[in-house]
Write a protein of this length. Structure first.
Length: 266
């Protein structure tokens, strides 16, 4: 095949993402003007200039339509983990991975602010957003499970039971995601103004101080134990979910302490 023929072939992933974003823009505008409950899939498709069947090739439901980038962003975050330098602390790698999510939001501040407003007003959209967040937590938990400091397994700080690897991996992954979401919400409430990446770096410094021990660079990622990082909450304990309550405007170190205290009680 000649170079000219190859160049003429459309970039299918880019075309797919472009259509998903157009459908998302149409959905968000209709949700804002007509209301979420009153808007139909047919109306979203018509506003985007496509058929109903085209909508369902890209999204399974109308609530899914305002989150067009998460699938691609999850793949970019995974690529960061896969390409991590051998010398890098795994927790630092995870922090770099979730920056792909922040960059997704920061690329279109006005759209992100409007999406935030909609998710606060419509419980169904909020639930969809929570489900998306859980996918990143599972990805990071699996990665951290493959990068433990084996010298810590025999015990740490006088703990005869040793290091609870699935617990630490899930807590650390959750802390990174919590720090990211804390900064993201604050940035969105400010109208998408300010250097959000610098704010994120400061938040990650708090996470590293709290959860940075126990991991080691250079180990190959291993398959997680059965049930670890699954869809039902705590690693290896199917059906159990950790729920904590903290004010969204609370300082990040206070949020981290809330998570730690809840885990000790659990």
């Amino acid at each position: 095949m000649s170079q000219s023929v190859r160049s003429a072939r459309p970039n299918v992933p880019n075309q797919r993402l472009k259509m998903r974003r157009e459908l998302a823009a149409a959905a968000m505008e209709l949700f804002a003007t007509k209301g979420y409950e009153e808007t139909t899939v047919d109306e979203i498709a018509a506003a985007a200039g496509v058929a109903r069947r085209t909508f369902f090739r890209h999204f399974r439901s109308k609530e899914e339509a305002i989150f067009p980038d998460h699938d691609d962003t999850l793949e970019r975050a995974k690529a960061v983990l896969d390409a991590a330098p051998a010398h890098e602390n795994p927790l630092d790698t995870v922090c770099r991975g979730i920056k792909e999510v922040m960059r997704m939001y920061a690329a279109s501040p006005a759209v992100s602010v409007e999406r935030y407003r909609l998710t606060r007003e419509v419980p169904t959209l909020r639930e969809r957003e929570i489900a998306s967040v859980a996918r990143y937590e599972r990805l990071f938990t699996r990665y951290l499970l493959g990068h433990f400091d084996e010298s810590a397994a025999a015990g740490r700080d006088g703990d005869e039971d040793g290091l609870d690897e699935p617990l630490l991996a899930e807590v650390a992954a959750s802390a990174v995601v919590t720090a990211h979401n804390h900064v993201l919400r604050r940035w969105l409430r400010a109208g998408g103004q300010g250097d959000v990446e610098a704010q994120l770096d400061r938040a990650f410094a708090t996470v590293r101080r709290t959860f940075g021990t126990g991991f080691v660079a250079g180990r190959a990622a291993a398959d997680p134990p059965a049930g670890a990082g699954g869809t039902n909450g705590a690693a290896g304990r199917k059906g159990e979910v950790l729920v904590t309550v903290a004010r969204t405007d609370a300082p990040l170190d206070q949020v981290m302490r809330t998570i730690e205290e809840a885990l000790r009680r659990g």
